[in-house]
Design a protein around this ligand. Structure first.
Ligand SMILES: [Zn+2]
Length: 138
């Protein structure tokens, strides 16, 4: 059984190295992404794109904070943890329902962001519908 990590620190890179070391969060501002090895020690490479709809990286004097949490549902280990001020904070193992809800929240976060960005526009379907109503009403 591999060892769960407790801490992580930032290393700035331009391009991601092929071999990642545990306990290091590789951050590339150029490519707006961060990579690290899964904190459970399983060796899986975890990629977290950085951006307004993705993960947010905050560097504190004690270490990096990455938000939201990291849920490695695609990995065999299904690890779920936060990186907070350089520390790995482990979450309880999620049930399939919680995983689904987490994904929904992620989708909602993106949708809300784009709505704010582009304003509320009627969907194509709504526009066609109004056009049809207008046509029939003539
Ligand atoms: Zn893992």
């Amino acid at each position: 059984m591999s060892e769960r990590l407790k801490t992580i620190s930032v290393q700035r890179v331009r391009t991601m190295p092929d071999e990642l070391r545990p306990s290091v969060l590789y951050v590339s501002k150029e490519f707006e992404t961060a990579h690290h090895l899964c904190a459970c020690g399983c060796g899986a490479k975890i990629r977290t794109p950085l951006g307004p709809t993705e993960w947010t990286l905050d560097e504190t004097p004690r270490g990096p904070t990455l938000w939201p949490s990291i849920g490695n549902w695609q990995q065999a280990c299904q690890s779920h943890y936060w990186i907070r001020k350089g520390e790995i904070v482990w979450a309880e193992k999620w049930t399939p329902q919680q995983i689904a809800r987490g994904r929904q929240a992620e989708e909602l976060r993106r949708a809300t962001y784009y709505e704010k960005l582009y304003g509320e526009r009627p969907s194509l379907l709504a526009r066609i519908w109004h056009w049809l109503i207008a046509l029939i009403g003539r």
